[in-house]
Design a protein around this ligand. Structure first.
Ligand code: GAR
Length: 220
């Protein structure tokens, strides 16, 4: 796991604000994560996160899904863009496109995603509203390895928040995002230090030992 200066290479994919990406970049620049953020790639040309990455001196690219006729062409182009940087890890940070089997297999064991729910609950969209509608008293976020099942790959780490009286989808989102900014850098750090990996059976190993199904639970 090496890039030019001996640090693992990480490519981050975004679609929007990029607050998770920014947190990971910040920690890498402060050497709290020993990784080189080789590039930030967006499928949306006006994603605000792209501006932030540029300001940090990071290579950026836009691979616009809407200018490709098929998903498969888009993904081929995206893969080519990512592979230019020979990443050891691909980080999906609010990347809002569903990825096909070939793409996912190409990065098997080296692609992480963050999802705003306590997986396996609420795969897919509108997770905060769904947690509210279900009357849950706990909600949260999960970092997981990406497999062919949407939001279905094995978990690395989860953090919970309490759902309180008066919470709305917006207030919950804000609370959950605060936790996302804690757990995603931790997961990236573990990966780039070689502490976590996904084995051939799709189990996550932490320092060589299998993790429970829902991953490490961050203490409140
Ligand atoms: C994050 O809250 C992340 O959990 C969510 O998008 C947001 C992106 O925020 N991801 C998904 O819903 C993926 N299914 P950010 O651009 O500020 O990091």
């Amino acid at each position: 796991m090496q890039s030019n200066d001996g640090k693992p290479s990480v490519v981050i994919l975004i679609s929007g604000t990029g607050s998770n990406m920014a947190k990971i970049v910040e920690m890498a620049l402060q050497n709290e994560i020993s990784a080189e953020i080789s590039a930030v790639i967006s499928n949306e040309s006006n994603a605000p996160g792209i501006q932030y990455a540029k300001q940090q001196g990071i290579s950026t690219q836009v691979v616009d899904h809407s200018s490709h006729e098929t998903r498969s062409l888009f993904e081929k182009h995206l893969m080519r863009a990512i592979d230019e940087y020979q990443p050891d890890l691909v980080v999906l940070a609010g990347f809002m496109r569903i990825l096909g089997a070939e793409f996912v297999r190409h990065y098997r064991g080296k692609m992480l995603n963050i999802h705003p729910s306590l997986l396996p609950k609420y795969q897919g969209l509108n997770t905060h509203q769904r947690a509210l509608d279900a009357g849950d008293d706990q909600h949260g976020c999960t970092v997981h390895f990406v497999t062919e099942e949407l939001d279905g790959g094995p978990s690395v780490i989860q953090a919970s928040v309490s759902v309180e009286q008066g919470d709305t989808a917006e207030t919950l989102k804000a609370k959950v995002q605060q936790k996302e900014h804690v757990i995603y850098p931790i997961a990236v750090k573990w990966f780039t230090e070689g502490r976590i990996n996904m084995d051939g059976m799709g189990n996550v190993l932490f320092d060589g030992s299998p993790l429970p199904l829902q991953g490490v639970q961050l203490e409140p």
